[in-house]
Write a protein that binds this ligand. Sequence first.
Ligand code: MSP
Length: 479
Amino acid sequence: MDNKFYITTPIYYVNDKPHIGHAYSSIVADVLARWRFGQGEDVVFSMGVDENAQKTVDAAAKRGEEIRAYTDRMAEIWQSTWEKLGLSYTDFIRTTEERHAAVVVDFWRRLEAAGDLYKEKYEGWYCRGHEAFLNEDELTPDGLCPEHKTKPDWVSEENYYFALSKYQQPLLDFYAAHEDFVAPANRFNEVKSFVERGLEDVSFSREKKAWGIPVPDDPEQVIYVWADALVNYITVVGGIEGWEQHPADIHVVGKDILRFHAVIWPAMLMSAGLPLPGQALASGFFTIDGVKISKTIGNVIDPLDLTARYGNDALRYFLLREIPFGEDGDFSEAKMRDRYNADLANGLGNFAARVLALAEKEESVAELSDPAFQLEMDRMRQLAFLRTKEFKFNEALAAIWAAISFGDRYMNNEAVWAIQDGEDRRENLGNLIALLGAVAEVLLPYLPDSSRKISAAIRREDGATRASRIEPLFPRVTA
Ligand code: MSP
């Protein structure tokens, strides 16, 4: 095994700017990327934008912008949002890049060589919101897409088909041999029963479209946006050879696009004779104040508006602490503010400020000496590790916060600030500083900014530990 860890987020559509739903999957991937990096792994963490969609064409037209200028502008908005949120991605891909088109063509030829692409007349309802065909029985009684509430386009054209049905048994065999392929487990069961019910071949191209990657040797056809988008994961690692050497370890996806990643994508890879990814990790969806996030409803929240008020770490903390990974959740600013004040301002922020301010008054503090502290630190490290590994981010954070409470209780019980005896004070503070340092260390993947500030305030000099006070990490916020 090499020492590489390759993780991806979905590549997002550019018909609009990022909202907190998008920020959520991106932050989850970032925590895992930072966590594995902390274990000494060579991390490739890719993000990007999915531009070759019909909805890109529609969005540019609606705004009266030339399509390339529009996608350039939007790609910049997406990338700079991730930049401002401090995400540690190593690659940002745009599907309109030449490096991508070249890989998509290579990949297409492999499916063709395997005999898995054939041309046939297709008729059906194409939903631009889904960028997929819907079955008649999936529509509402008045013929609308139940999710997007729009009337799908009736498409009647000749398309290339991908022989997905051929892969039903190979997929089931693969699932049986890789019991972690989809996490959480309940989502994996949904995927398995979907495949067990039987698979239909899927349309893999559209006729006479001006936008997208042309089908090799058939310029009348454009490759279906999902058949192009999924291949981005191969482009990022330099093409087919790069993927053969090390396929993605984890694809972080929302539950809405799990089928594409856990059914169609592995089948495409099997057809192309390429290795399969390690895992598809599906997040739930969240609502805002109980309502689906939607532009029409007007409840879209820009993550940057939140971080301007609370900071990047606070958004990360709230999303990961509040919603058990994989489940649907609800966002509300009031809930975020409550948690911010309780857990961050009064919790971590206050604990760090008190311990560091007291320790600063000492020339140096003693080494860790109390076995109860040692035990608490071991417990915290172990639990944080295990829960992160299981993608139970909320429980990992709860374990870290239990250690903070332990430290707080100790301070209050011992009234450390009032201890007169100098040696006794140095000893107490030595234990507290060791605990705070350990908290900062395990928090690094979760709250990188705060973790760094705390760690930088604790120094080893001439064989002694010294500390200095820091600016408040989380100033209280009122409504
Ligand atoms: N372009 C495709 C993905 C191609 S990947 C090869 C796409 N893009 S998207 O912009 O519509 O959404 C991508 C992802 O954003 C979703 O799968 C999900 O991870 C995330 N979310 C979008 N809305 C969300 C919520 N309301 N809540 C949680 N996550 C959400 O699909």
